[in-house]
Design a protein around this ligand. Sequence first.
Ligand SMILES: NC(=O)c1ccc[n+]([C@@H]2O[C@H](COP(=O)([O-])OP(=O)(O)OC[C@H]3O[C@@H](n4cnc5c(N)ncnc54)[C@H](OP(=O)(O)O)[C@@H]3O)[C@@H](O)[C@H]2O)c1
Length: 278
Amino acid sequence: MLKNKKLAVIGVGKLGEALISGLLKKEAVSASDICGTVGHEPSLQRVKERLNIEVTLDNQKAVKDRDVILLAVKPQNMDSVLHDISAVVTKKQLIISVAASVTTAFVQERLPEGIPVVRAMPNTPSVMNAGMAGLCTGSGATDEHKQMSEEIFKCVGETVFVDESLMDGVTALSASGPAYLYVVIESLAEAGVKLGIPRDVSTLLAAQTMLGSARMVLESKAHPALLKDMVTTPAGCTIDGLMELEEGKLRVTLIKAVVKAAERARELVNTQSTKPRT
Ligand SMILES: NC(=O)c1ccc[n+]([C@@H]2O[C@H](COP(=O)([O-])OP(=O)(O)OC[C@H]3O[C@@H](n4cnc5c(N)ncnc54)[C@H](OP(=O)(O)O)[C@@H]3O)[C@@H](O)[C@H]2O)c1
């Protein structure tokens, strides 16, 4: 479905770049079929050098005649970007927004009636084709649009469709999640350093252990608690480590971190104007 489709990415920042890199690596879309935009002149050269795609400051020019328009600007820039492109978008184009906390209704209200909108919440591991994206559809999106957006994000990782009411939770869990897990990897690596293991070896041990554990959960489909029990020999050393984690409240800290991030995601939408411009 994606072959020969023309893609515009409005806002080629960290996330936009991760998605484009993933799509190019997979050869799902060719570089010549992607046009990106940025907000400021100095970013033009950065994008050109890193991705070798057409890049411009002109959003209207970028979206013209594109099949899919991916909006990857910050939530606070969405209103002005939508205002900018609303004069040129048509019902033949699919709009996909990846902006945290921006609802499909917010996007639809600012565009001409009937424009299909999909909201997606991917994450930066998309650059390694190991991303995770939660998706939901707006009222104008058909099954074909659903399939098309799924195909885009499947190129760079896993996808799941959820009810839009769950998207702030998805944002807090899997979009913010890599940041939490980097802290875990960094901390485990520090522990290795404390025990005399060279930092590079320690980081490899920690990161590969996280990757392997995640694969065990995904591929065995076993409950994580069961997999944990398999590692925990009675009176062995792991149970001592687990007791330290319980005492340090790792579990509740992670739960509270995700809940707090979801609250912040809900706040973000409240800081935006809810009424479309006239
Ligand atoms: N980072 C993540 O892990 C992640 C995950 C999921 C979703 N998201 C969502 O993705 C969006 C982008 O996040 P990010 O982390 O990639 O931010 P970012 O690195 O700051 O990227 C934003 C990009 O938008 C460009 N931009 C600003 N104003 C623009 C305009 N009027 N027209 C066109 N481009 C404009 C910026 O260009 P200049 O730098 O030149 O101003 C920059 O390239 C956000 O809505 C965020 O919620 C991010």
